[in-house]
Design a protein around this ligand. Structure first.
Ligand SMILES: NC(=O)C1=CN([C@@H]2O[C@H](COP(=O)(O)OP(=O)(O)OC[C@H]3O[C@@H](n4cnc5c(N)ncnc54)[C@H](OP(=O)(O)O)[C@@H]3O)[C@@H](O)[C@H]2O)C=CC1
Ligand SMILES: O=C(CO)COP(=O)(O)O
Length: 342
């Protein structure tokens, strides 16, 4: 058993802390809001982010980053993608004097705005490489609410160093939480980040009353465009038919638990991007990732028609209605079906 620090006491950080504590690890959960930290310590709940869940009383919560990471063998970052750089900068000096360099894990899903970097790229860019062992990505179809009630869940731990991925696998595995390893970090991170875009689209078509045919079309063609961009960025195409690809697409595009899906239903009701962000108090990564993916698609000259339509609807004043966007997707030139070329 080891000390594991979880950085981020939102839905996913709290659910992961619950799993690790149930696995008897010395689990410390860091968050920036004293009220939430006090609630976790005193009533063993986090009603804002994980309602109606009893957390193990052994979880120690703190607002002190140095207390959280001191002597931790594993540090798991679970803050929104665009807070990762800042968190890594704050972690850097705290890792200087550790007796043993920790494994760094992240379990978030997005691409950094402005730099277009994957989260592991941000972490390796910022963290002093002498002060940590490896970076591991934990991803896959896993709603926090379901993990918290011990529903059967499968994930992927990916790292360039298989042994580091195996360490994460061992820390988390139990009768309801099964972890596979993978060495395709690029594919696992891109699958997790880009599926959020398609989940926003799924929420939109559901909100507009389209049926299961449309949903299946969106998931399948969404997977095709995720795979095209992913392989152009160096991912193994097979990764996209794994847990962090099609697995996560299925879970987020078909579930009302998904915040990205919920955001899509609000867009279908006519709310603007700013209004949706305001109404959803939890992080909706897909709305930001649309912009980054659109820019990458242009840069790499990749056809990503669903992403492009969402970008036009959310980020431009073209005033394209969702119905018009769907019609224009449907009426594009007829094509031959294949997964990677067009
Ligand atoms: N929820 C889920 O089921 C899953 C989520 N994920 C991914 O995990 C990541 C986190 O999501 P999730 O936990 O659900 O998000 P939530 O919205 O539930 O929680 C976000 C957490 O991040 C904190 N936070 C926000 N901004 C900052 C910042 N600038 N610096 C430090 N902390 C900050 C919030 O703190 P505060 O309360 O102080 O604002 C809160 O604790 C996302 O990338 C998401 O895609 C992955 C798998 C499953
Ligand atoms: O990534 C998730 C499940 O695997 C959670 O998705 P949402 O952020 O859309 O809720």
């Amino acid at each position: 058993m080891m000390k594991i620090a979880i950085i981020g006491s939102g839905s996913w950080g709290s659910a992961l802390a619950k799993v690790l504590s149930e696995n008897k690890h010395d689990t410390v959960l860091w968050g920036r809001k004293q009220t939430i930290i006090d609630e976790i310590n005193q009533t063993h709940t986090n009603e804002k982010y994980l309602p109606n869940v009893s957390l193990p009383k052994e979880i120690k919560a703190t607002t002190s980053l140095s207390e959280a990471v001191s002597n931790a063998s594993m540090i798991i970052l679970v803050v929104p993608t665009n807070a990762m750089r800042q968190m890594a900068q704050e972690l850097n000096p705290l890792l200087e004097d550790q007796a043993q360099a920790p494994v760094i894990v992240h379990a978030s899903k997005g691409l950094e705005m402005n730099t277009q970097l994957r989260i592991s790229e941000v972490l390796t860019e910022v963290l002093n490489k002498d002060n940590y062992q490896d970076v591991v990505v934990l991803s896959g179809p896993s709603h926090a609410e379901e993990v918290a009630r011990q529903d059967v869940t499968t994930l992927t731990a990916a790292s360039d160093n298989l042994e580091a991925a195996q360490a994460v696998q061992q820390a988390f595995m139990n009768r309801y939480f099964r972890v596979y390893t993978n060495t395709d970090v690029i594919g696992v991170e891109l699958g997790g980040a880009l599926k959020n875009i398609i989940a926003v689209g799924a929420g939109i078509i559901s909100g507009l009353g389209y049926g299961d045919n449309a949903k299946a079309a969106l998931i399948t063609r969404g997977l095709a465009e995720i795979s095209r961009l992913g392989t152009a960025r160096g991912a193994d195409p097979l990764t996209f038919i794994g847990l962090s690809g099609v697995g996560d697409l299925i879970v987020t595009c078909t579930s009302p638990h998904s915040r990205n899906f919920q955001a899509g239903t609000l867009i279908a009701k006519g709310y603007s991007r700013a209004e949706v962000s305001e109404k959803m108090f939890m992080v909706v990564e897909g709305i930001l990732t649309v912009k980054v993916a659109y820019e990458l698609a242009k840069e790499y000259d990749i056809d990503m028609p669903i992403t492009e339509m969402l970008y036009l609807a959310l980020y431009t004043d073209k005033k394209i209605s969702v119905e018009d966007a769907i019609e224009s997707l449907m009426l594009r030139e007829g094509k031959q079906e294949e997964s990677l070329d067009k």
